[in-house]
Structure formats: C-alpha cells, structure tokens
Design a protein around this ligand. Structure first.
Ligand SMILES: NC(=O)c1ccc[n+]([C@@H]2O[C@H](COP(=O)([O-])OP(=O)(O)OC[C@H]3O[C@@H](n4cnc5c(N)ncnc54)[C@H](O)[C@@H]3O)[C@@H](O)[C@H]2O)c1
Ligand SMILES: N/C(=C\C=C\C=O)C(=O)O
Length: 487
C-alpha cells in the first residue's frame, strides 16, 4: 500500500517532514486521508524563534501598504488554488462541497483582503492640549506590532477561522506561529504553500501541527517569546491557555463556546423564522459556535412551529459532500459523534420528548464508517437540564414555549455562555429593546450568521474575551503608544 500523503510543518520558510506522525481520518467513511507531522517541543521552539527573529528582518521594515500588498498576493494565491483548498476542507470535515465553495473559501480570501485594506485605511488619534504657560502639548498615537502571535484554531471552520486571525495579525506587522486543529490539518498545510509562493519572508508565517495538552498547542502557548495568543475553541481550553500565559501576562483574544438561543415571537414572519431557525440549528451539522441549541417560541405558535421545524429537519439530506442536494455532512469525527450521542442519551434520561432524530442514520454503505447523526429536536426539558445548559456542538436544538418578553429574556440570559442570539419578530421596537438586554456579543434580528467583517465579533461570559473584526482586530493586533510633544 502506498504511504499516505504527509502534511509537513512550515518553520522559518522551510517545509519539515521530520517528526512523529498522526493520522487524519475522513469523517465521511473512516478512511485514512493523510498524515501530519506532530511538532515536538524543539520544533515549536524553533518556529517561535524564527517568528521572533523575523520581526528584526525585512518584515520589520515593511510599510503598511507593502504588508497589505503582500496579503492581497496571499489572497490571490488562495483564489488561484480555490479547488485545492475546497478539496482539503471537504476531505477533513466532510462538509458539503457547496458549503466550502460558498462560505469557507470566499471568507478566507476576504479575511486577508479586508484587513489588508482596513490597515491601509486606518487613521489614528492626535490631539492638542493648550498649556497655562501658553505652550501646547501635541499628542499622537503610534501603532506597532505586538510581536509574535500564537494563533490556535478549531476544526469546525478550519480555514475561515485560521485566516480570520491571520489576516489582521499580519496586516499589523506581527509574525505568527499557527497551530490548526489536529482534526483538520490539510487546508493549513496548503496555506503554507501559498505563503511560501507569495514570497512572505521566512519566519513571518510558521505552521506547526499537533494536539493540545503536552503537544504543539501547549508548547506554543508556553513559549516565552510569544507576545499574544489568539485562540478559538472550547471554553475549558480557553481557561487552560489563560493559565499557561498568565505568568507572562500575554495578550489574549478568545473566541469560545456558546449555547445560543433563538427567540421566535408570534408576530414573526413564520416561514422565515422556521427557515432561519432550521439554518441556525443545523448549519454545518450544528458545528458552528454561533449555532442555535435553545429555541424559545411564543406559546400561541409553539405547536405549529415545532411541527414545521420537524418537517424541515426531516427534509434535510445527509450525504456525501459531492452529492446533489446534500444539506448535511457528518460530524467532524467519531470521537465528537460519541460526545453528541452521549447528549442524545442524556436528553432521554432528563425526560426530553424527542420530536425527531436522536440517532445515527444507517446508510448501508461506506458512510456507516463515518460520523453522521440525524438532525434532532427535543421539547419538554426544564431550563436547568444539562442538555439545555451545556454546549453540544451538533445538529440539535431544544424548543420551549414562553409567554412574555420579560420571561424569555430572563431565560435566554440564564446561561453561562454569552455568544449569540437570534430574534425573530416584525416588531422592530421590541427587537431593538431586547437586543440591548440580551447578554451576548452578537444579536441577529430576523437573520442569522450574516456577517460584516468590520463589526465587533466575540462573546461574553464563558463565550470569550475581547472582540475581533474591523478596528477591533487592528487594535488587538497592535501595541498602541501615545507620544506627547511639548511645543
Ligand atoms: N467563539 C467562536 O468564534 C468559536 C468559533 C469556532 C469554534 N468555537 C468553539 O470551539 C469548540 C470546538 O472546537 P475544538 O473542539 O477544536 O476546540 P478545542 O478547544 O478542543 O481545540 C481548539 C484548538 O485548541 C488546541 N488545544 C486544545 N487544548 C489546548 C491547550 N491546552 N493548549 C493549547 N492549545 C490547545 C487544539 O489542538 C485545537 O487546535 C466549540 O466549543 C466551539 O464553540 C468557538
Ligand atoms: N469568527 C467567525 C465565525 C465563527 C464561527 C464559529 O464557529 C466569523 O464569521 O468571522
């Protein structure tokens, strides 16, 4: 049997194949896709040192327009290999081809172009302060790179989320060491090839594959020369990373877990709300941090809404990524499916009414070796049920009735998470009033996962620390100083 393809590390402008290897398994049919090199502590240390050295090299002398031009070249490189990146993302995640083509790739390209352009357009503050002696103080802001930024990404939107951090980090003159998820290493490996071919100076972008604790992820966060960690992943991992960087008082930007709510009022556009909640609950097989897992429906339309959402869920096509009309792929791995299935069992123990789903499909073909689950809807659970409080991260939601605004607001806010919320109502006065009182970072009204990259993105409580997007990213990835001149 031919040896599986190997995804190398990329350190200081060189591809490295030395090291222990780990398997990358298809969530569609369980076959071996390729292997990746697991970076050891020495390799991670070399990557961080290369990034640190690169700050003093040519990259440190690039102007903002020159950095922006290079990031546009990277975007051009991704565009030129669009189909290769789609194939890599689809192989690792099993997602429908159309999803990778319409979301993951366009956003990866936009993440570089948007922050290249925002960096060039960025104008900083200055002010004059008259003095009692008739003199003047002239204050102005100076923006410098933070230094070496560790970027650690999850598996659910691998390229989108890696480049969401890379774009602004590089635009602001930092150097980076990236650690993609062990579940989805392939598109990051392609990105390293694009960076190399675009002429990104050696050491500016470094890629290490591996796991978290006791592996590349932890080695990276504990490296003394890193200045900041930009992390996307589970809340408990965020806590672990916070501890790892605490002694060094490093800058952190965390995009963490969620247990997001959708609220459907009786006056909502019913069909739009059903379609919107079906999308927010089952999109990417429920593997988006912003996905809805708690649905609250005003009592007069509750039964009708449950029936309509059931019909939608049962109409979704589970299939191979390239199948015509496929809506849902598998979960990212058998291991993650075990977690989701454990909640399917827990829901029954907690007394849920299973409206639809709650089991694995039987295809009778290779997909039975994959990680598919059926889209699932529950009702009947109390608000304190673990299935209503804990992030499941699968195609599942619980629907509960409510009677008035104050009640539903209390219940929506009764969560350790605070990432996103979708409000479905045609009374926009109510929507604006509620949007200000929901304890989340992102509120959509009559929409879900509609994005403008200039807006602040992030969560409160266990859902994260900080905001990225637009000037928030430029600020996080900059060391901002004030210069005060007496005139
Ligand atoms: N808020 C957001 O924008 C957002 C976006 C996507 C995913 N997420 C969250 O991510 C989770 C799913 O992704 P996941 O399973 O990959 O998360 P995860 O926390 O298990 O892993 C994320 C990344 O962190 C690495 N890692 C794990 N432990 C580490 C440690 N101790 N030190 C350093 N690195 C470590 C992993 O190898 C991986 O690359 C969900 O909770 C989801 O809500 C949040
Ligand atoms: N950060 C973003 C999405 C996060 C998705 C979470 O799974 C984005 O769209 O910029």
């Amino acid at each position: 049997m031919s040896r599986p393809a190997l995804l190398p590390l990329y350190i200081n402008g060189r591809f490295e194949e030395e090291g222990q290897r780990f398997d990358n398994i298809s969530p569609v049919d369980g076959r071996l896709l390729n292997q990746a090199v697991e970076a050891d502590a020495a390799q991670v240390a070399r990557a961080v040192q290369a990034a640190s050295d690169a700050l003093q090299g040519p990259w440190g002398r690039y102007s903002v327009p020159e950095r922006a031009a290079l990031l546009h070249k990277v975007a051009d490189g991704i565009q030129a290999r669009f189909d290769d990146f789609v194939a890599a993302e689809v192989a690792d995640t099993g997602r429908p081809l159309h999803l990778a083509r319409t979301l993951d790739l366009p956003r990866a390209i936009a993440n570089f172009r948007t922050f290249a352009d925002l960096a060039v357009a960025q104008v900083d503050d200055c002010c004059e302060t008259p003095q009692a002696d008739g003199g003047l103080l002239f204050n102005y802001t100076v923006r410098k790179p933070l230094g070496v930024v560790a970027v650690i990404a999850p598996w659910n939107l691998p390229l989108l989320l890696l480049t969401w951090k890379l774009g602004p980090a590089l635009a602001m003159g930092n150097t980076v060491v990236c650690k993609p998820s062990e579940e989805t290493p392939s598109s990051a490996a392609l990105l390293a090839e694009v960076m190399y071919n675009a002429g990104v100076p050696a050491g500016v972008f470094n890629l290490v594959h591996g796991f978290g604790p006791g592996s590349a992820g932890e080695f990276l966060t504990r490296a003394p020369q890193i200045s900041a960690v930009s992390f996307t992943g589970e809340s408990r991992t965020g806590s672990a990373i916070m501890k790892a960087v605490a002694d060094g008082v490093k800058d952190i930007s965390f995009e963490l877990g969620g247990k997001n709510a959708a609220v459907v009022f009786a006056d909502a556009d019913f069909d739009a709300a059903v379609a919107g909640v079906a999308r927010s609950s089952f999109f990417n097989t429920g593997q988006v941090c912003l996905c809805t897992e708690r649905v609250y429906v005003e009592r007069p339309i509750f039964d009708r809404f449950v029936a309509a959402l059931k019909a939608r869920a049962e109409g979704l096509k589970l299939g191979y990524p390239d199948e015509d009309g496929v809506d849902l792929g598998p979960l990212v791995s058998r291991q993650h499916r075990e977690k989701v299935l454990s909640y399917f069992a827990l829901a029954r123990e907690e007394g849920a009414v299973v409206i639809t789903g709650g089991e694995t499909p039987q295809f009778g073909d290779a997909r039975d070796q994959g990680a598919y689950v059926r889209p699932t809807i529950w009702t009947g659970l109390p608000d304190h049920a673990r299935c209503v409080r804990e992030e499941i991260f699968g195609p599942v939601c619980h629907i509960a009735p409510f009677d008035d605004e104050e009640e539903v607001l209390r219940r929506v806010n009764d969560s350790p998470y605070g990432l996103a919320c979708a409000l479905w109502t045609q009374r926009l006065d109510r929507a604006h009033r509620l949007a200000r009182r929901v304890q989340v970072g992102i509120v959509w009204v009559n929409a879900w996962y509609a994005r403008d990259l200039r807006t602040p993105f992030g969560g409160s409580k266990l859902s994260g620390l900080g905001r990225e997007g637009g000037r928030h990213s430029l600020d996080f990835y900059s060391e901002i100083s004030n210069v005060c001149v007496k005139l």
